[in-house]
Design a protein around this ligand. Structure first.
Ligand code: ZN
Length: 225
């Protein structure tokens, strides 16, 4: 417990220092940051077009999210092609265990990251991604997901729930039941086998290892080709 508090405190201090340096007093940007350098071409692929058995529960298209209203006009999920293909492979590999992937969020247009920032009071902005930096979701290279039971269609119980802000969200959390930890660790190892890395504070968030190669993108879902 002591270690956790220390960890939280360190995280907060670092984030606060960073946030102060990065923004806070500046007005919210109107446009995505201009990034210099060579990037791979944005090629967003709809996950269910590769494998319709990937189940969707797109929270940001519902009221059930931190904004309390839908911020996506469509309940769809996209990733850059290599990441989407890797995900389809993972979904296929889970079938023999009677499991499938259930996706909460993938590519997130930059304008949505900006909405989160704008509605969050200045003192709480350490908890949301700074639109001046963008997020890995904006690059189409981060996915929030869990497992579901192929037979019942039901979400598998993990050590904590999606978007929960407690230590139960940590992928290394040692509490919960053995079965919950087993399922969480199974998801993680399946994802790691295909080039994804879990976020140290959220068992459901995975970054595709090639995320640096892709630009921050601001195309709305209805305009993704
Ligand atoms: Zn995420």
């Amino acid at each position: 417990m002591k270690r956790l508090l220390l960890l939280l405190l360190c995280g907060l201090l670092i984030q606060t220092a960073f946030a102060q340096e990065a923004d806070l007093s500046h007005p919210s940007p109107k446009n995505p940051p201009k990034e210099k350098g060579d990037f791979k071409k944005t090629d967003l692929v709809e996950l269910v077009s590769l494998d319709p058995s990937i189940k969707l529960d797109i929270r940001y298209a519902t009221d059930n999210n931190l904004v309390g209203r839908p911020v996506y006009t469509q309940a769809r999920a996209f990733l850059q092609r290599p990441a989407a293909e890797a995900l389809a492979k993972i979904n296929a590999s889970l079938k023999e265990k009677g499991l499938g992937l259930m996706v909460f969020d993938g590519y997130r247009p930059w304008s949505v990251t900006k909405i989160f920032w704008d509605i969050t009071p200045v003192e709480d902005r350490i908890f949301v991604a700074d639109p001046n930096q963008g997020s890995r979701h904006n690059r189409g290279c981060a996915v929030d997901l869990t497992l579901y039971d192929l037979a019942t269609g039901q979400e598998i119980e993990m050590t904590g729930v999606y978007d929960e802000m407690t230590e139960r969200s940590y992928p290394e959390y040692t509490g919960g039941t053995e079965k919950q930890r087993q399922m969480r660790d199974l998801l993680r190892s399946a994802m790691e086998a295909e080039g994804f890395t879990v976020y140290e504070y959220e068992w459901w968030h995975f970054d595709f290892n090639d995320w640096r190669s892709y630009r921050i993108t601001n195309v709305p879902f209805e305009k993704v080709k």
